[in-house]
Design a protein around this ligand. Structure first.
Ligand SMILES: *[C@@H]1O[C@H](CO)[C@@H](O)[C@H](O)[C@H]1NC(C)=O
Ligand SMILES: *[C@@H]1O[C@H](CO)[C@@H](O)[C@H](O)[C@H]1NC(C)=O
Ligand SMILES: *[C@@H]1O[C@H](CO)[C@@H](O)[C@H](O)[C@H]1NC(C)=O
Length: 347
């Protein structure tokens, strides 16, 4: 009894102490160095049953920061070591599977504001790249960031959504995993997709076709469905492949246009979908008028704006081609609304 009380007191003190210096140390964890930290102890055996239930989530984030700080300074106490032993690399509980240019990076970074969410910083390309997939699930787990057992890891690789083999492979890992799909109006997305490729070519001083030449077949004047930027925007076609493996309830569709214009309501929907307590607030998101979009505020000292390339301007596209594409996507969009239960005011 006495021991239990002492343990509880110690835990409370730890939480209080963490809160006090947490803001600063929390940065350490947040700048991604955690991803590189190697555990000095084997994870099995050293693991205790999580007693995290009683500790507020936010303080756990602070604890992670504190822990790393002390470890780096080389003066880790037994308590630190005990905590470090509880850090694990976990397979993702949710994956942002796409779509390319839909806002996958923004979504991942914004979800990372939640104290119970840990993001894999890089796109892993485990399920869509045969070579990576052949390396096996332990290789994949090894790419995951360190987290406490009750936290959830999220990764994003936009190519997953359109790659044929991916649904089955993810199903084999975890058939009840949660899948996030972030979409934008299909024609806008196709132009954005084109723009990114174009910029890559320009950087290498290479010329590239005009969007209109790629999106419309010159011989038939029909929309060119062989063009990847067009194909990717036929969301329902890809989703239907996924539905051969996962029920519709395991997907949540995020409105990428709204996430940029007004992020909080979209993030709250995702919190609910992931069964997370609502912790992301307006405080975490502030509008930067210079950039014209939202930046993230983790706490009083640490904030982050998304990379500049995310706001690139699109080339002017022939209005007739835009119209043709919008008409082309229309029936696919209707089907997509039907399947997902989420309606957009796309043309
Ligand atoms: C699979 O994913 C679900 C949903 O996130 C999670 O509850 C479950 O623990 C996962 N199973 C395994 C074996 O990781
Ligand atoms: C591209 O062309 C410009 C002007 O001709 C030249 O200054 C630059 O070095 C070139 N860049 C590359 C990557 O070849
Ligand atoms: C807003 O954006 C501008 C331009 O990118 C940047 O220089 C500035 O630091 C940002 N301000 C805040 C408060 O994030």
């Amino acid at each position: 009894m006495q021991l239990q009380q002492q343990a509880l007191l110690r835990q409370k003190l730890l939480v209080l102490g963490s809160l006090a210096i947490g803001s600063l140390l929390y940065l350490v964890a947040r700048v991604g160095s955690l991803d590189r930290l190697q555990p000095t102890c084997p994870l099995d055996g050293g693991l205790r049953p999580p007693d995290a239930g009683q500790i507020p989530l936010r303080s756990l984030q602070f604890k992670r920061g504190l822990l790393l700080h002390e470890l780096r300074k080389g003066n880790a106490t037994p308590e630190h070591v005990r905590l470090q032993q509880r850090l694990v690399q976990q397979l993702p509980r949710a994956i942002i599977i796409g779509v390319r240019k839909g806002g996958t990076r923004a979504l991942l970074e914004m979800l990372n504001l939640h104290p119970a969410v840990v993001k894999a910083s890089q796109e892993i390309h485990f399920f869509d790249n045969d070579q990576n997939y052949a390396r096996g699930i332990d290789w994949y787990r090894g790419k995951m960031p360190f987290s406490f057992p009750h936290q959830i890891t999220i990764e994003k690789s936009p190519a997953y959504f359109i790659t044929e083999e991916v649904p089955e492979r993810i199903f084999k890992m975890n058939s009840s995993i949660k899948l996030l799909v972030i979409v934008r109006e299909p024609t806008t997305r196709a132009v954005s997709d084109y723009t990114q490729v174009l910029e890559g070519k320009e950087r290498k001083n290479k010329t590239y076709h005009k969007f209109e030449e790629l999106a419309v077949d010159g011989a038939t004047c029909e929309v060119n469905t062989k063009y990847k930027a067009v194909r990717t925007s036929i969301y329902t076609k890809h989703l239907e492949r996924w539905l051969n493996f996962f029920p519709a309830e395991q997907f949540h569709v995020v409105d990428g246009d709204r996430l940029i214009a007004d992020p909080l309501p979209e993030l709250q929907l995702v919190e609910r979908f992931l069964d997370l307590p609502a912790r992301i607030s307006q405080y975490n998101l502030y509008f930067n008028a210079t950039r014209g979009f939202y930046c993230l505020r983790f706490n009083v000292v640490f904030n982050k704006c998304l990379a500049g390339s995310k706001g690139r301007t699109h080339p002017d596209v022939d209005a007739a081609v835009v119209d043709k594409l919008q008409r082309f996507f229309h029936p696919f969009n209707r089907k997509f609304y039907q399947i997902t239960g989420r309606t957009f005011n796309w043309p």
